[in-house]
Design a protein around this ligand. Structure first.
Ligand code: 8GT
Length: 136
């Protein structure tokens, strides 16, 4: 039996009108600093993953969306040293506002094919082919 904590994190691939994906750089001082990730965060007690994303997208990027605009794409299941990550990845094309780096993080819009060349957390690598299939 594995007593490692299961950590539930909701993540979102925001897609622009040009079919590019938004990624954010993890700021210095955090774990996995300098790696590029999908916006999102830990699902807090009592929250649904969709509610987490709506909250995190507002806090991190200043944009607004709705649960109906969050489509599940796939998920990551990855053994980190301190926890096992379970991370549903949603896709969102409909949101209000222009994403801003409200937490000092760098942001960039990239083609799905370019995700492979970005340093991302190891849990994210298996997600990339799903985005490539979706976005070409
Ligand atoms: N948002 C997001 N988190 C990811 C991705 N890939 C991945 O492994 N994670 C992990 O999921 C967790 C997300 O937690 P968080 O973003 O809410 O927490 P945090 O910055 O305070 O992280 P920390 O407590 O590890 O410093 C982190 O441990 C992060 O490394 C991803 O693409 N997006």
């Amino acid at each position: 039996m594995n007593d490692k904590k299961l950590l539930l994190v909701a993540a979102c691939a925001l897609i622009d009108a040009d079919n590019r994906v938004l990624v954010a750089e993890r700021p210095a001082g955090k774990s996995l600093a300098g790696l590029w990730e999908f916006p999102g965060g830990k699902v807090e007690p009592g929250e649904t993953p969709e509610a987490t994303l709506i909250r995190e997208l507002t806090e991190e990027l200043g944009i607004a969306t709705k649960a109906a605009c969050l489509a599940p794409l796939t998920f990551a299941s990855y053994e980190y040293e301190r926890f096992h990550l379970l991370m549903p990845l949603y896709v969102c094309r409909r949101f209000e506002g222009i994403p801003q780096p409200l937490e000092g993080q760098r942001l960039k819009w990239v083609r799905a094919a370019a995700l492979r060349d970005l340093p991302m957390p190891p849990a994210d690598a298996p997600l990339i082919p799903f985005l490539q299939d979706l976005l070409g």
